[in-house]
Design a protein around this ligand. Structure first.
Ligand SMILES: Nc1nc2c(ncn2[C@@H]2O[C@H](COP(=O)(O)OP(=O)(O)OP(=O)(O)O)[C@@H](O)[C@H]2O)c(=O)[nH]1
Ligand SMILES: [Mg+2]
Ligand SMILES: [Zn+2]
Length: 274
């Protein structure tokens, strides 16, 4: 038995990297019965001759959307136009990524499509996310992006058409297919259809298919944990969820403008969604 890492999946074909080679494997039937399947990012034991993945080694984390495991950093590709900026979608992705102990980096794309006035508004939003404690970079800051990814296992995530493959092409000098977003739909057309990892300098970066909507699958009471700006605030009730409770420190800070309203409003929306 050999040890390898799944670096690409296309339907039920798994491409396993081991000792400088790629082995195109199938997954053993027992996985299907157990309703688990190998993910890009998985370390596995596989049979080099029969080309079967026999065992998936324990994961340090995994995401459902995109489907991937064992990630250190997620680049959350966030376009400001085509598709339009959605703070709710961004906050949702920030929650999901942090819930798996993955460091989020917000990458803003398509700033070049904005008018002067729109640019001003987006810059305010970027400042807000930075103040909360998130790393925010523009997709044109290639040097800084590369520096942040050194020695890391990275996933590109974000809406379809946000510019994930375009960015990876630039930082990795690759030639992955990209496509303009559909004029008719006003959104991307799912250009990337499978997840694949690429070695880029000292980083391993996975390109993934984009999504148009996203479900939160976390424990409702955990939601507040993924809001850095809520941490360390004292509330009257132990376990306060900062929603309808009285004497809530978070809501006091909100009233004093020390917590951003859009972040709090999205928190309530996500809470209701859960
Ligand atoms: N103007 C502008 N266009 C961009 C930028 N980044 C990407 N694009 C364009 O946006 C379109 C979609 O980019 P892709 O890289 O294919 O998007 P994606 O996120 O990989 O999309 P999926 O693979 O469908 O998930 C392409 O036509 C890109 O050329 C940007 O910063 N500015
Ligand atoms: Mg793509
Ligand atoms: Zn509270």
């Amino acid at each position: 038995m050999n040890k390898g890492k799944v670096v690409k999946t296309i339907s039920n074909q798994y491409f396993v990297y081991s000792d400088g080679k790629i082995y195109e494997c199938k997954a053993r039937g027992k996985f299907r019965n157990e309703k688990i399947s190998p993910l890009v990012g998985d370390y596995c034991l596989f049979d080099k001759d029969k080309l079967y993945i026999m065992e998936i080694l324990p994961r340090k984390n995994s995401l459902h959307r995109p489907l991937i495991s064992n990630v250190d950093v997620a680049l959350i590709l966030t376009s400001v136009k085509k598709p339009n900026f959605s703070s709710l979608l961004l906050d949702k992705q920030l929650v999901l990524v942090q819930s798996q102990n993955i460091k989020p980096i917000i990458i803003i794309s398509k700033m070049d499509l904005l008018t002067k006035k729109e640019k001003k508004d987006i810059i305010k939003i970027i400042k807000m996310y930075k103040k909360v404690g998130f790393t925010v970079l523009k997709n044109t800051n290639l040097f800084q992006i590369k520096r942040a990814l050194r020695n890391k296992t990275v996933v590109l995530t974000g809406q379809t058409g946000a510019g994930k493959s375009t960015l990876l092409n630039k930082i990795g000098k690759l030639n992955i297919e990209t496509k303009p977003i559909s004029e008719a739909l006003g959104r991307g057309v799912h250009t990337t259809r499978h997840t694949e990892s690429y070695k880029v300098g000292k980083a391993l970066i996975s390109d993934t298919p984009g999504f148009s909507s996203l479900n939160l699958n976390i424990n409702k009471d955990d939601l507040k944990k993924y809001y850095p700006e809520f941490q360390g605030i004292e509330c009257h009730f132990k376990g306060c969820n900062h929603i309808k409770e009285t004497k809530c420190g978070v809501k006091e800070k909100l009233n004093q403008n020390e917590i951003y309203k859009s972040r709090y409003d999205n928190y309530v929306k996500l809470w209701e969604e859960l």
